[in-house]
Design a protein. Sequence first.
Length: 176
Amino acid sequence: MNSGVRTKLVYEDLASIPPDGKRYELLDGDLHVTAAPKTRHQRAVGELFVILREYFTPPKVLLAPCDVILSERDVVEPDLIVVKDQSQVAEHGVLGPPLVVVEVLSQETAHFDRTVKAPFYAKHGIPHYWIVDPDDQRVECFTLEGNTYQLAGACAGAETFAHPDFPDLSLAGLWK
C-alpha cells in the first residue's frame, strides 16, 4: 500500500523551498541545510572567484547560490563551480558534473565537507574537488583517481600554488 508520503526528496521539492538565506542541498534525496556563511567565508569565496575567473576564460566560474544538478535526487550548492562545457549552464543551475567544485570550510561544515561531500562528489565523477580553509589560510586540491580523490596539491598563506592540471594558476592574493 502506498501512503503517498515520499521519504526521499527530488529537485522539484528542493526548488519549491522559499529563499531564506540558508543553503539547501539534496544528497541521495536527503535534505541538508546549512546556515548563511560568515564574512570570513565570503571574503575567501570572493577573492578565489576573481582569481579563478581570470584563469578560466571565457568565464566559466559560478558562485553560490547556484544549484549543481547531478541527478533528480542529488543537487548541491558548492561555494564555487568551474564548468568545462558552457552548455551545462542552464537558467536554473549547472546540469551534470562540473570540472571543479570548491567548498570553503567553516566550523559548522568542515567535517561534512571532508567526510560526506568528498565521496559524494567522487561518486558523481567530478574531476576536481578543492577545499579552502580560511582559518588556516590553506587550499587543498584533490583530483579524482578511480572513484576516490587524491591530493594533487596544496598551498598555505603566501605559498605558490602548483597544480599539475592547471599550470600557471596562481593563488597569490587569496588571503588579502
